[in-house]
Design a protein. Structure first.
Length: 458
């Protein structure tokens, strides 16, 4: 719903189909080999990649716990993949998107999961011999899910380039002010944000699956409480930060809905990595910083002419990075004992708490930074060549004329109102084998409501 609301009318069907393909392609890829690469292998022996449970073989236990685990982990994989859908919206070819989705969820993402979440992972905190004595802790995926998807989105849009007319005119000259392409429905965007927030409770609370059953209730309660506080703090911070800046620049304060909405999502992405490991006051601090992080990163992308149709990169990449680091700063001793087991001596806690103990121990923070560098390095190292090859073969970006008339008509045969007649005439003249649609209205015949959010390129 967020993606559908953020794009123009002429690309709605295409965007929604890509989100559906994320689920379908991801489930198949994760069934074939994704889950095996992520959680296969000997738990007592460290490895870089899993090597068992392909095609879910050997998982038919009577309790069905492993099947449930597969399903839960698949939703994380699909979430990581769908982050890219909004970033490359309105200009990415359909086949390229499906190939990317299966590549990410079938191979790239599972290796990240294996090394951070699997007991046999090199950086895993659940390993019998964790890295630096503590391992990287990522409670529900600020790094594993959001940074992986966010850095893939950044790489893809850098190679794909911005939408036509967004930052440059028809002759390639840079515009003094970037042109805005308003989405066709703020209501859908807000509906999507509420659905995401509600779904985040299952995302974060469900990640207590590995906690001892006697301790899972307080961890779940902390996870959902902290998620709420961080999302709320980030939304308010982002909203009023934008309000203050607009008032200073223009003298006219404006409450921007997208600032509050994306700020909330950034706060949720940030708290995901430590939602069950921090105190409520820390969740508020994390959310406050997340609101600032969103605003700075979103403006930075625009200043560098990086086109992100739904602001997925600031939300997920910037928010995820802050969430990984925040875990190393704010993870409390009591919550870490619940995470590792009440009988476990927790020697390495959040950096702020370690100073309270008089040690200044930064091992957990060091593990977080190293894990973050691993995620970014591995994902870029795998996805960059993949996108370069697609781009070289001409299979990545949609044809420029198809982009102008909209991907709904070029890929799905649907002709939304509001596409200028001259563009449609040119499109049909270059594609004589495509049956001409007679049910379109030229843009001058539309009502004012129809004109909102459609293509304004003259």
């Amino acid at each position: 719903m967020v993606c559908a609301g953020c794009v123009r009318k002429k690309n709605v069907q295409n965007t929604m189909l890509k989100n559906l393909l994320d689920v379908c392609g991801s489930s198949i890829a994760f069934y074939f080999f994704g889950y095996a690469f992520a959680f296969g292998g000997d738990p007592g022996k460290k490895s870089f990649i899993g090597n068992s449970k392909f095609f879910m073989l050997g998982m038919a236990d009577e309790s069905g716990i492993e099947y449930a685990h597969w399903l839960f982990q698949f939703t994380f994989a699909a979430t990581s993949a769908t982050i890219v859908a909004g970033t490359v919206a309105e200009r990415c070819q359909m086949n390229a998107y499906l190939l990317y989705s299966m590549m990410l969820t079938g191979f790239v993402y599972p290796v990240v999961v294996h090394n951070i979440w699997s007991p046999s992972g090199i950086l895993s905190s659940s390993s019998p011999d964790p890295y630096l004595g503590v391992g990287m802790i990522d409670f529900a995926g600020s790094g594993v899910v959001h940074v992986t998807g966010g850095i893939t989105a950044l790489v893809s849009t850098l190679l794909l380039g911005p939408r036509k007319g967004r930052f440059h005119d028809d002759e390639g000259n840079k515009l003094q002010e970037p042109k805005t392409f308003p989405g066709h429905s703020k209501s859908l965007q807000m509906l999507g944000a509420f659905l995401l927030w509600f779904g985040w409770f299952g995302f974060n609370a469900g990640s207590a699956i590995d906690v001892d059953s006697d301790l899972s209730l307080p961890v779940i309660a902390a996870a959902v409480t902290n998620s709420t506080l961080a999302g709320s703090a980030a939304a308010i911070t982002s909203l009023f930060l934008n309000l203050i800046i607009q008032e200073r620049l223009t003298g006219e304060p404006k409450y921007r809905l997208s600032s509050a909405m994306n700020g909330a999502l950034t706060g949720l992405a940030s708290i995901t990595g430590c939602c069950g490991l921090v105190k409520p006051w820390a969740a508020l601090v994390i959310g406050f910083v997340a609101g600032i992080v969103y605003h700075i990163s979103s403006n930075f992308l625009e200043s560098r002419c990086i086109d992100d149709a739904v602001d997925a990169i600031p939300v997920h990449l910037a928010g995820g990075i802050w969430g990984v680091i925040a875990t190393g700063l704010f993870a409390s001793p009591r919550e870490l004992q619940f995470w590792y087991g009440i009988d476990t001596d927790v020697d390495h806690v959040g950096w702020f708490y370690s100073w309270g103990r008089g040690s200044g121990d930064a091992r957990l923070l060091a593990c977080q930074v190293i894990g973050l560098l691993f995620i970014i390095g591995w994902t870029v190292g795998m996805m960059l060549p993949f996108f370069v090859v697609l781009n070289y073969l001409g299979a990545f970006r949609a044809d420029s004329l198809e982009e102008l008339v909209g991907l709904d008509i070029s890929y799905h045969g649907y002709n939304p109102r509001g596409v200028p007649r001259e563009q449609l005439e040119e499109y049909y003249s270059r594609r004589p084998n495509i049956q001409r649609r007679a049910d379109f209205k030229p843009i001058e015949e539309n009502t004012e409501d129809d004109k909102d959010g459609v293509d304004h390129i003259e």
